[in-house]
Design a protein around this ligand. Structure first.
Ligand code: KIV
Length: 263
């Protein structure tokens, strides 16, 4: 893609051509995505698609740092955001300490934390420290056990008002953009109009300033569950399984390796 985009490019994306955001967890895929992605998110969704867990809650900071380093290695010229895992930003002191670790041990350009009004103080403390913060409002995967499951937001007037309050609070606290997840499209329009922050949508309609998908969903590699908002741009699971089947067959009938692959 060329030169890495800047915080200002992201801020200026508000109302313009939407940015393309994709998750990645390793150098292999990050390198492949670098040509087309404006931003790579090292999401804690890796706990599900990469580590096979049921939710994102058990991700550790050490794991995020390991994966972020790999992504930075594969896509050194792409703007990267690292998710702060559950429990690593419960108070300002730990949030600052843990975010500084991410900045010092990776080349990520920003960190992401989940929460609105209740996390505004933390966003403020981090931005005061010189850390670029991407917020995350709407459906919060790290709160899924506390919320009793995944629930689409913005269905009632009170819910929409809560989202407007959330985005307002993190904007005021200094965030430079925010993910908005699992929100009714009409509610996203209202939230978007209420803020100067660019919104990165996932399952939030198409009025947003950027769209993000989890890469294993986009490539059709993650089979256990496909949410309604996902569009599979490839049938990665079939391609992969088919390749392995063909490999197995050729191993068994000794047609692999052929002369071409032998020294
Ligand atoms: O962890 C993740 O991949 C995310 C996206 C779903 C936005 O936070």
């Amino acid at each position: 893609m060329g030169k890495k985009i800047t915080l200002n490019t992201i801020r200026e994306s508000k109302g313009n051509t939407p940015l393309c955001v994709i998750t990645a967890y390793d150098a292999l895929f990050a390198r492949l995505f670098a040509d087309s992605a404006d931003i790579i998110l090292v999401g804690d969704s890796l706990n599900m698609s990469f580590a096979g867990k049921d939710d994102t809650l058990s991700t550790t900071l050490d794991q995020m740092i390991y994966h972020a380093q790999a992504v930075n290695q594969g896509a050194p010229d792409t703007f990267t955001i690292c998710d702060m895992p559950f429990g690593t930003y419960s108070d300002t002191k730990s949030a600052i300490k843990n975010s500084i670790r991410v900045y010092q041990e990776t080349s990520c350009d920003a960190i992401k934390i989940e929460g609105g009004v209740e996390k505004a103080k933390i966003v403020q403390a981090l931005t005061d420290e010189g850390i670029a913060v991407c917020g995350h409002i709407g459906l919060l995967p790290q709160s899924v056990r506390g919320d009793g499951g995944y629930r689409v937001r913005g269905k009632s007037e009170a819910d929409v008002m809560k989202l407007v309050d959330d985005i307002g609070a993190i904007e005021e606290a200094g965030a430079f953009c925010a993910v908005i997840e699992g929100v009714k499209s009409e509610a996203t329009v209202i939230v978007g109009e209420s803020t100067k922050l660019p919104l990165i949508g996932i399952g939030a309609g198409n009025s947003v300033d950027a769209q993000v998908l989890v890469f294993s969903d986009l490539l059709g590699l993650y089979e256990p569950f496909v949410p309604k908002f996902v569009k599979k741009y490839a049938d990665g699971a079939s391609i992969t399984k088919d390749a392995l089947k063909r490999f197995r067959k050729e191993v068994q009938n000794r047609s692999f390796p052929s002369k071409e692959q032998c020294y």
